[in-house]
Ligand binder design. Structure first.
Ligand code: NAD
Length: 296
């Protein structure tokens, strides 16, 4: 199947990056969010990132920002996905939200369209059961920022067909991404490890064992990580970390996934990390770290 029309649901951190990656590779993208302001923000951020990311890679831009934006339409209704051949869903990490979206996608998208779930932790088999096409539902766990990350963790649900896996890997190759296929389990491989690491780093901070900067420096200097766990948490979004831990706790029923109370407090206080300028650090308008965040 020759695939040109991509649907993207959710215009937050991930939807912005996923739309950018497909549009820059020449695909036509229909980006849908329920929030008009999120769509406006997405437009501005994609335009900025198309210019900014090549500077980070020390490369010339693949195409002008105006060309990339021309490949993307912005809408508030799923009806915009009536011609989609491959949809990547990136709405908020919450079961109720996914539950509200997938029956609608199943109704509106053509029968052969693959529905890819870009979740951090929710089991793909559970999402697939919301549709009448569980063989065409698959997990595509993109890393953030999606245009810069070379690999996608692909998750095979219980009913995902071999054709769906092949087609998904081909499409990802078409935007320059390698993929690794794993079996379905909450959090998959990456986030089952990463969420525990981040949560434990937050516990260390909460207990006063070390500071934000020193926790991150230990990981960077000792292990050669490019980012420490708390910078990584800010990049992902503290709200998304909290929701992901809640999904892991609920699905495994194992207390090792209980979110640190400090994480809950920061999310309640509106500190969502890089996406809204303040988390464990504060950020400038380009998303670069300014300093360690103060309370109050
Ligand atoms: N942030 C990361 O690093 C990361 C990485 C991989 C996967 N994910 C997953 O991607 C998904 C999105 O995460 P994010 O970080 O982009 O979150 P986000 O909070 O930045 O954005 C979520 C967006 O979904 C929109 N939304 C909510 N309900 C919707 C609906 N019914 N229909 C359409 N849009 C809706 C919101 O308006 C918002 O713009 C989550 O499932 C998350 O676990 C996140």
């Amino acid at each position: 199947m020759d695939i040109r029309n991509i649907g993207v649901v959710g215009a937050g951190t991930m939807g912005i990056g996923v739309s950018h990656a497909f549009a820059e590779a020449g695909f036509t993208v229909a980006l849908v969010d329920i929030d008009e302001r999120a769509l406006e923000r997405a437009k501005t951020e994609i335009e900025r990132n198309v210019r900014f990311y090549p500077l980070l890679r020390k490369e010339a831009p693949a195409r002008p920002a105006s060309d990339v934006l021309q490949n993307i339409s912005f809408s508030t209704g799923l009806a915009a996905l009536g011609n989609a051949q491959f949809v990547v869903e990136n709405a908020t990490e919450n079961w109720g939200v996914k539950q509200g979206i997938f029956p609608g996608l199943d109704e509106v998208c053509p029968e052969e369209c693959v529905l890819a779930v870009n979740t951090s932790a929710i089991p793909i088999t559970k999402v697939a059961a919301l549709t009448g096409r569980p063989d065409r539902v698959i997990g595509t766990h993109f890393m953030n920022p999606a245009p810069l990350k070379p690999l996608v963790e692909v998750i095979r649900g219980y009913h995902t067909s071999a054709d769906t896996v092949r087609l998904t890997q081909d499409i990802l190759a078409g935007i320059g991404k390698e993929s690794i296929v794993v079996e379905d389990s909450p959090g998959f491989v990456t986030n089952r490890v990463l969420m525990l690491t981040i949560n434990e780093a937050i516990f260390l901070l909460h207990e006063g064992v070390s500071s934000v900067r020193d926790i991150d420096r230990l990981f960077k200097k000792c292990f050669g990580h490019t980012m420490g766990p708390l910078e990584t948490a800010d990049l992902i979004g503290l709200d998304t970390i909290l929701y992901s831990l809640e999904v892991l706790l609920e699905n495994f029923d194992d207390p090792k996934y209980r979110p640190c109370v400090l994480l809950k407090q920061l999310v309640d206080a509106g500190l969502h990390g890089r996406k809204n300028g303040k988390g464990f650090y504060t950020y400038d308008e380009r998303g670069q770290i300014r300093e360690e965040a103060d309370r109050g």
